[in-house]
Design a binder for this molecule. Structure first.
Ligand code: NDP
Length: 515
């Protein structure tokens, strides 16, 4: 086990760049990102002024028309090439993700694995999901044929977070591009270099026009993008910022996709494979140092298997390594401010009668948080109801799965969840108020590209991934074509009493019978 920097303060002091390690900031008109582990500067980029954002959107508008006209087959070819190059350069990209976000190398590599799957799925399925098709006619008006296709919006603005700086933005970017849109992307201020890396890579594959562009800066640049005249805005981040994004987009009635935070629960039924449940709960809570929107933050375990589950969970958790080094199981917390939230939740749980079976009041040291398992925490405590976003979890005993479901659903979030059960797994999954649930696993819905990803309630709305994720970035375009003269003229002043009476008879026959 590797300890964190012994005795270092919760809040670190600024380094040579004047920026707290792991934070980001503006120096001489440039956004500077630093490593959360070492504090070293990773990259700097010119901050986009409002005029730069406007210019990017204008360039994207022309590029988008060209990209749409390329057609599905050529877009697919380019996106698959993008995917191939990303796969060939996994080592470079993972190294940058480790340097800038501080995540363990294996977490970075797995994020790339899943992302390339999504890029390929979006590229391969766009035509089938969005392309032109005939739709059924009407017996009342058989002379009309319906044609439906999904056309791109034009320019999509994407605002992304830092915790999965590739996977999360790409859930919008790849699907928006496959649907034929141009994209202007504002990455998190904490991970601009990762965003720049894949925007540059895409430009290798599509050198002709700026179909995918990036604008750097702090939240104000994101706000400018919301008001820049983009045709749709896809936001992933915290619920608080999501509300600001919606308000800004409302000014121009710009449609939004809002993917926000969560407080996901894992349920363990009495007949569950307890070994597998403990294993999944630990990984689901601790992977990426707990900085996962669909991370497991609460566990509800049937009383019949509670003791067995806890014993296995704690024994496994004790073996986890943690530290700044990227070979550890748990790396540093990326955003300095988040360390304070994690500490506050642990303190609040302990002050409210909770017990720490692992970790405790000194879990957060320097940039790293030690894995922490809390029990006996009241359901009203912030550690149970608010997003912690760190390597912590609460575990509670329940008398029945009805109680587990009620407690799991008692938070305003509704992003993901997990159920471990032999007999009632899917039935329990359907009772959870969440956009996605994994049965006898965690996170599995995120790695199946065909499954839509998104939440309800304070977790947002709209979907990335799957067919819904492609349609999210396209508008339905409906065309009704008249192919024969009308037998019963209705959509004209040439209709007669006789034609209306005939139509009424048909409508009564079709719809008027009681069943
Ligand atoms: P934030 O909400 O702080 O930031 C998200 C993005 O919004 C950043 O690029 C940020 O820029 C930008 N931003 C900040 N203020 C504004 C504004 N007023 N207008 C427009 N854009 C703005 O979230 P985090 O980056 O901290 O990400 C963590 C959160 O994201 C967690 O709550 C997590 O659960 C959630 N998340 C949700 C996912 C989902 O799919 N549902 C997936 C992954 C994460 P800057 O960084 O420069 O401030």
């Amino acid at each position: 086990m590797t300890a964190t920097s012994e005795g270092s303060a919760l809040t670190q002091v600024p380094g040579a760049s004047g920026i707290v390690p792991g934070a980001s900031g503006i120096v001489d008109g440039h956004l500077v990102s630093t490593s959360p582990a070492t504090g070293e500067e990773v990259a700097r980029f010119p901050v986009a002024a409002p005029a730069d954002v406007a210019a990017a959107v204008e360039r994207a508008r022309a590029a988008g028309l060209w990209w749409e006209q390329l057609g599905y087959a050529e877009r697919k070819r380019r996106l698959l090439r993008f995917r191939s190059l990303m796969t060939q350069r996994i080592g470079d990209l993972a190294a940058l993700m480790v340097a800038e976000g501080g995540k363990p190398r294996i977490d970075a590599t797995m994020e790339i694995f899943v992302t390339v799957e999504h890029i390929a799925w979006a590229a391969k399925h766009a035509r089938k999901v969005l392309g032109p098709r005939r739709v059924g006619g009407s017996l009342l008006q058989p002379e009309y044929a319906g044609r439906l296709e999904y056309r791109p919006y034009g320019v999509v603005g994407v605002i992304g977070p830092w915790n999965y700086p590739l996977f999360t933005p790409m859930g919008s970017i790849a699907y928006a591009l496959a649907a034929g849109n141009a994209v202007v992307f504002k990455p998190s201020e904490y991970t601009p270099a990762v965003g720049q890396w894949y925007v540059d890579l895409f430009q290798e594959v599509v050198p002709e026009h700026p179909v995918l562009q990036i604008v750097h800066g702090l939240g104000d640049v994101g706000a400018t993008l919301c008001r820049s005249g983009v045709d749709k805005l896809a936001f992933t981040g915290s619920t608080g910022t999501g509300k600001k994004v919606m308000a800004a987009c409302a000014e121009s009635l710009t449609p939004v996709l809002v993917e926000c935070g969560g407080k996901d629960a894992l349920l363990v039924d009495a007949d569950a494979d307890v070994r597998a449940a403990a294993d999944a709960a630990l990984w689901g809570a601790m992977t990426n140092a707990g900085q996962s929107c669909v991370g497991i933050e609460r566990v509800y375990v049937h009383e019949k298997v509670y003791d067995q589950f806890l014993q296995m969970l704690v024994a496994d958790a004790e073996k986890l390594s943690y530290g700044e080094d990227p070979t550890q199981d748990i790396g540093p917390i990326t955003m300095p401010g988040q360390r304070e939230t994690i500490r506050r939740h642990i303190d609040a749980a302990l002050a409210d009668g909770g017990r720490a079976l692992l970790g405790g009041p000194d879990s957060v040291r320097g940039p790293v948080a030690r894995p922490t398992i809390l029990v006996d925490v009241p359901e009203s405590n912030p550690a149970v109801c608010e997003e912690t976003f760190g390597p912590t979890m609460t575990v509670a005993k329940v008398k029945s799965m009805d109680e587990a479901v009620a407690k799991a659903n008692a938070v305003p979030y509704g992003l993901g969840g997990a159920v471990f059960a032999k007999r009632h797994g899917v039935a329990l999954a359907r009772q959870l108020r969440a956009g996605m649930v994994a049965v006898n696993s965690t996170f599995a819905f995120a790695v199946l590209p065909a499954l839509p990803f998104g939440g309800v309630g304070q977790s947002g709305f709209g979907r990335i991934h799957g067919q819904d994720g492609l349609r999210e970035f396209a508008r339905a375009s409906s065309i009704a074509k008249r192919r024969l003269p009308s037998v019963i003229p209705l959509l004209t002043y040439r209709h007669t009493e006789k034609s209306v009476a005939l139509a009424e008879r048909i409508v009564r026959l079709m719809h008027g019978r009681s069943r």
